[in-house]
Structure formats: structure tokens, C-alpha cells
Ligand binder design. Structure first.
Ligand code: DUC
Ligand code: ZN
Ligand code: ZN
Length: 479
């Protein structure tokens, strides 16, 4: 009788802590053994000479999320998860967004319907809290956290989404008492509105002015304020999509003063600049409109430094997929539309892992172990999925990536599987791509074809994350 369903032979196994050569024995979708010369499996995979990492956890993606501005996201839970799997990601955490005036539970139920029988890899949900009424804070939010939705995002900008400082305090307070992880989108709404009004009045409407309307200081100010609000409530927070130096400085200050402030960054802040949104007034720059906007080369270096020195816990894609051509995407309101009306977001779910392996690990900027921590393990811990996800350990799900580092190529959108008609990283030189992705032991990408069945992905209720525990400092404030 065969002991294992699958054995991966001679893998160069990478975890967040170690690198070692081992066979990986998989049974019933889980890692059952690590060792040399394991018994034969029903299926044998030769990984000699290849790094094998935990499958990626992309803990910041937007799939089939209603936008309310006339645009429609190009990827749903099928195309988005297929694309993720082909790029080495085996778990995604998209957002169930509350609509102001409606219940949070309705958003979660709607999102489960949207996922339906589509996902090819496992998934959990973050919530987005946009309307923290006393009832929602007292009843719905605690109940949803108890059911496994243990993280939520708060926006400090966008009229349809943002909370006031007072509402943020009330919501952080519930996160503290219920043990949830809070993600913050830190940009100052009034500064952006003021700048946008002036730019438009001066006729500066082209996509590139998106960056001018959201300079680094609006992110710095909001990051500082988010940290102060969290310090007041004594609750950990995670600042999402950090774009450059001034925000990193706020985060480093908080971390070095003992505050539990975690941070996420994304490929666009390593590989794009504000110039990617155009140096002239052509609409093409709309392809790279995202918030916060990419900055400049010096800020890219600060983000690299932060990945290296531990300022960042998470490297996610912030995949927010809109097509360039067609009636639903970047051109939903035509090419003459002002920058503030262009669908906001860029695709990146499939390219995240290979970009960081190629430009981070292969260049020696970060270690393979840091790569694993940043793309998988830390997200599993921060969002209550560890150790089922995020590791290569006995008992963990057999979510694995076998890396091909023999090929070098220029990225071409035609090789990607998302439903977007461009990639912001077109033409970039890559020196690694997943040779194979396994999700719970099933091959979902074989190096040439996606091969996971729709609906095989499982919903993952999340535990209350340890990193969300407050410091419980001594204070006279009745928290
Ligand atoms: N924030 C995100 O997290 N994604 C897309 C746009 C935005 O503002
Ligand atoms: Zn955001
Ligand atoms: Zn996002």
C-alpha cells in the first residue's frame, strides 16, 4: 500500500526560518512527512535543484467587488483565483465591503454568493467597515468576528467608504475587545479633495495628475493619525499599501516605540513610479492609476529597505483589476474623463510572487526565508490562518510552489491568466516563475496550464490572530 498520495523528491524546502533539502510526503491534502528517502507515493514529483516554498497568501486582493462608479472589476472568483494559482498563490483574502446604510452581514453574504462555486484555491474574507452604527458595533461585528471574519479594513478617504476619527476610535475599540486585526487605508481625504478641486479647476485632468492629487504628505499625515488613534485605544493595526519614505518613517517610529503597528507594501511601490502614469497628458497612464500612487526611485529604495529590515510584514498585490479597453474598465467614462473619475486600481495577483523572487531573492536583496515570510507566513499569522497555511510543516496544508529559476523572459500580458487586457509590468525581465503550484496536494498549475477545478477552493474561517492582541498597557483610560 502507498503511504503517500504524492511525494515531492529532493526539494530545496524554504520556510520563513530555514532552508533544507527534503522529500515532502503529502496525504489527504496535508503535509504528512518531511525526510530523506520517503517511501514511494502514488504520484512522484521530482524537484531536484528547485526551491519549494509555501504557496503564496495574497492577503489584499479585490475580486468581483462592486465599485459604484460605473466600472466593473474584470476578475471574479474564478479568473482571479486561476490567475493567482498560476503565479504561485494558493490562498487569497479579498474584501466584503459594507455599503453605507446596509448591514455588514449582508456584505458578507453577498460576497459568499459571488464566490459561489468559482474559487480554484482557498479563500477567506476581510470585511470593510464603512458604517459603524452602534448596532453594528454592538451586535454584527462581534458576531461576524466570532464566525471567522477576524479582520477588517477601515478607509480614511473616499466619501463612500471613509470613517471619521471618532468612528475609527469606536471601531478600533471593538477590534480590541473582540480580537480582530484592523487594516487601515491611510490617506487624508480633505487634502485629496482640496488638491483635486484645484487641479481640475486649472484644467489638469490627465491621469498623471492622480499622483499630484495624492502626494506623499497626505499618506504621511493619515499614517501618523492612524497610529495615534490606535495608540489611544491600545490596539494593534496594520497599515496597508504603504508607498514610500514618509509613511515608513511614521511606522518605524511607532514600531521602535513598542507599538504593534504592522505594515504591508505591494509590487507597484517597488516597480512603478509616478511617471508610470504618464509624462504627458495621454490616457495610457490610466493603466497605472492606483492609490496611494507609486512615487519615485528614491521611495522605491525605501520600500526595498523596509522589506529587508523588517518594517514590513506583508507583501501583497492589492489586485484591483480593471480592463483598459472596453466599457467597464479604465475607459468606462471615456478617455477625456478627469483622473478622479478613472477606475482606481491595477492588476497584480499573478505577478506578485515572481516579481519578488526575481528582483528580491535572485538579486540578493532579500533572503529566500524573508520572501516566504513576506509572501505567505506572516499573512497567515496576521490573519489567523497559521499553521494550516503559510508553512511547510507536518500537518499544514500541502500548499506549495516549486520554482523554475532556469528560464528568463520578458513579461507579456499574453502569458497571464487574469481577465485584464494589460499588465503594468509589461516587458519586465523576470528570472523565475512557478514550475508547479499545489493546493492541498492538488496540482493547480503545472507550468503550462491552470488545472484546478472551479469550486475546489475552500472557504477558510479565520481564528482571532495572536498579533491582534493589545499590549494591555497600564492606563487610566477605561478601554
Ligand atoms: N485601496 C485599495 O486597497 N485598493 C484599490 C484602491 C484603494 O484605494
Ligand atoms: Zn486601500
Ligand atoms: Zn486594495
Amino acid at each position: 500500500m502507498n503511504t503517500f498520495d504524492t511525494v515531492i523528491r529532493n526539494a530545496r524546502v524554504v520556510t520563513a526560518a530555514d532552508i533544507f533539502t527534503s522529500d515532502i510526503g503529502i496525504r489527504d491534502g496535508r503535509i504528512a512527512a518531511l525526510g530523506i528517502d520517503l517511501p514511494t507515493g502514488l504520484k512522484e514529483i521530482d524537484a531536484k535543484g528547485r526551491h519549494v516554498t509555501p504557496g503564496g497568501i495574497d492577503s489584499h486582493v479585490h475580486l468581483d467587488q462592486p465599485t459604484g462608479d460605473g466600472s466593473i472589476m474584470a476578475d471574479d472568483f474564478l479568473s482571479g483565483t486561476v490567475s493567482a494559482a498560476c503565479g504561485g498563490t494558493t490562498t487569497v483574502i479579498p474584501f466584503a465591503c459594507q455599503q453605507k446604510g446596509k448591514s455588514l452581514r449582508a456584505a458578507v453574504e453577498d460576497y459568499h454568493r459571488r464566490a459561489g462555486q468559482k474559487p480554484v484555491i482557498d479563500y477567506a474574507f476581510h470585511m470593510i467597515v464603512t458604517d459603524p452604527t452602534p448596532e453594528i458595533l454592538r451586535d454584527e461585528l462581534p458576531a461576524l468576528i466570532a464566525e471567522g471574519y477576524t479582520s477588517f479594513k477601515i478607509y480614511m478617504t473616499y466619501d463612500a467608504l471613509k470613517l471619521s476619527d471618532r468612528e475609527i476610535l469606536d471601531t478600533l475599540s471593538v477590534a480590541r475587545s473582540e480580537g480582530a486585526m484592523v487594516m487601515l487605508h491611510a490617506e487624508n481625504a480633505d487634502c485629496i479633495a482640496w488638491l483635486t478641486e484645484r487641479l481640475l479647476a486649472a484644467g489638469h485632468t490627465a491621469p498623471r495628475y492622480h499622483a499630484t492629487s495624492r502626494p506623499m504628505l497626505v499618506e504621511r499625515e493619515a499614517t501618523h493619525r492612524a497610529i495615534a488613534l490606535a495608540e489611544l485605544v491600545d490596539v494593534p493595526i496594520l497599515i496597508v499599501h504603504v508607498s514610500g519614505r514618509e509613511a515608513v518613517e511614521q511606522i518605524r517610529w511607532a514600531q521602535s516605540n513598542g507599538l504593534k503597528v504592522y505594515a504591508e507594501t505591494c509590487p507597484q511601490y517597488l516597480f512603478l513610479t509616478a511617471d508610470s502614469m504618464g509624462c504627458d497628458d495621454s490616457f495610457e497612464g490610466a493603466k497605472c492609476i492606483c492609490s496611494p500612487p507609486p512615487r519615485d526611485k528614491a521611495n522605491q529604495q525605501v520600500i526595498w529597505d523596509g522589506l529587508e529590515n523588517g518594517s514590513f510584514e506583508v507583501f501583497s498585490s492589492d489586485h484591483a483589476p480593471f480592463r483598459y479597453d472596453g466599457p467597464d474598465g479604465k475607459k468606462a467614462h471615456g478617455e477625456q474623463v478627469s483622473f478622479d473619475k478613472v477606475a482606481n486600481g491595477i492588476p497584480g495577483i499573478e505577478t506578485r510572487m515572481a516579481l519578488l523572487w526575481s528582483e528580491g531573492v535572485r538579486t540578493g536583496r532579500i533572503t529566500p526565508q524573508s520572501f516566504v515570510a513576506l509572501t505567505s507566513t506572516n499573512a497567515a499569522k496576521l490573519y489567523g490562518l497559521y499553521p494550516r497555511k503559510g508553512s511547510i510543516a507536518i500537518g499544514s496544508d500541502a500548499d506549495l510552489v516549486i520554482w523554475d529559476e532556469d528560464q528568463t523572459f520578458h513579461l507579456d500580458n499574453n502569458r497571464l491568466h487574469h481577465n485584464v487586457d494589460y499588465t503594468p509590468y509589461e516587458g519586465m525581465h523576470l528570472s523565475a516563475w512557478p514550475a508547479m503550484t499545489l493546493s492541498r496536494g492538488d496540482v493547480v498549475w503545472d507550468g503550462e496550464q491552470p488545472c484546478g477545478d472551479a469550486g475546489r477552493g475552500q472557504f477558510l474561517p479565520c481564528a482571532r490572530p495572536d498579533p491582534a492582541k493589545p499590549r494591555r498597557r497600564q492606563t487610566e483610560i477605561p478601554l
